[in-house]
Write a protein that binds this ligand. Sequence first.
Ligand SMILES: Cc1ncc(COP(=O)(O)O)c(C=O)c1O
Length: 367
Amino acid sequence: MSINRRDWLKTAFLGSAALTLSPLEFFAKNTPNFSELKNDDKTIRLCFNENPFGVSPKALEAMKENLSLSSMYDFKFADILCSKLAEKNQLKQENLLVSAGSSYLLELITKYVSLDKGHFIIPDPSFTIFEPIAEFLGMSKTVVPLTEHKRIDLEKMKNSIRKDTKLIYICNPNNPTGDLLSRQEIESFIKAVPENITILVDEAYIEFTNQKSLSNWVNTYKNLVVTRTFSKLYGFAGARLGYAIGHPKMIENLKKLQSWSGAEISVTTMAGAIAAMEDQEFIAKVLGNNQKVKDFTMSEFQKRGIKTVPSAANFVYFSLENYKENYFKKLKDAKILGGKTYEQNGKWTRISLGTMEEMKVYFEAIS
Ligand SMILES: Cc1ncc(COP(=O)(O)O)c(C=O)c1O
């Protein structure tokens, strides 16, 4: 039996009888039109910052080739993958931890910092999927709103540090705004933060920027841990592959919370990931499209008098303040799934960048 796209869309986000909403259920609830559109195969998905070109073709080929290994426990791919990632980042294998998506690593890091309870600091809005876990584990929090220019407010985050602060989360570029903090800004911040506080920098979208990852600092700043993902640039959102980069001691501690590190990732995905890293043609196509589409999107928003935030990522954050029509009704009629709403009673929203054709349909729909 195979699961087709239609079945998947039908089942996604349904079926939980939990009393409290998980972050994903919360997402579905706060994404206008989500339920109306989930059964429709023709929907244009501009909601999850996915890769509009799908999975890297080289990865897909490697996945198909290695599918038959699925019946066997694997003891090698995670090591090969870590050593390739280490080489790419000019680090050692001990600096790397791979996993089935970076969300899982955000969760693992949260569990690690919550061991002795304490306090954590997060920007808002941001990708704080781990927030309910930290609170469930007894952590308290300080939520720091963005600055008036929609930037993560490092100064206020620094001023929110308490004696029992264990974790500070920075998403760079930030989701949903796309704003990028410079390496200098972050380094000054790290230097000002006590060394016993873990600074988690989520770089899910760093490949879309011209800025280097902070990975080369993890041996210098032992409290820095960086997470990355294959979900965006390589199109692995459904295949699931992410990794954390940290000081060997940090990685060793995180692994202590796992019974068998890497076993949560399928061999097929790992084989694909190794190939994806070499697929330069696909990478160039995705990045080239993203820049072109972003320029087009920004100028179309500008023509319509819609306020945007400059984006370093594969999505754009904008205000519906000057949009007089029913935005989500327009999207629904055109079978487009847009992002969720944020800030000022939902005045702000985010749109993922698709292909040029998809964005033309989008702008036609909201015109
Ligand atoms: C900032 C950020 N971090 C992490 C993730 C999770 O990615 P993954 O698919 O690797 O779990 C996302 C997904 O959209 C994201 O936007």
